[in-house]
Design a protein around this ligand. Structure first.
Ligand SMILES: [Zn+2]
Length: 121
């Protein structure tokens, strides 16, 4: 796994500011009107997709990273490759892989149902 350094706090504040500028709703229970739901392991803000225009924030953030030498040095490549990435790195699933996963899930469901029956007794 690649080691991505944490985002320095000063830039974290900047990210929050950007998010608050791109909120699309005033009242949001999901994020308590903060526009973000938390901070991830990399000290990056997890935007609230209910009330924030994520595309615009991402665009602005990437521009900010590019314009900030200290950040583009750290995250330039990261954004190129990790766009749309979730916590885990998953390769693009091939149709064959999907079929295999589906088969595996069927097996698991079957066992799960059995276990459930005995537990609920
Ligand atoms: Zn929200």
């Amino acid at each position: 796994m690649e080691d991505v350094p944490k985002l320095p706090d000063e830039h974290l504040e900047k990210a929050k500011e950007m998010i608050s500028r791109h909120r699309t709703k005033k009242n949001c229970k999901r994020c308590y009107d903060r526009g973000y739901q938390g901070i991830n392991q990399l000290n990056m803000v997890i935007t609230c997709h209910r009330c924030v225009d994520e595309d615009k924030v991402t665009q602005e953030w990437q521009a900010y990273v590019r314009d900030t030498p200290a950040l583009s040095e750290i995250y330039g490549d990261y954004f190129e490759s990790a766009e749309e990435a979730t916590d885990e790195e998953k390769p693009e699933p091939t149709p064959e892989a999907i079929r295999r996963v589906a088969a595996a899930n069927r097996g698991r469901d079957h066992k799960g149902a059995q276990r459930h029956r005995s537990v609920g007794r």
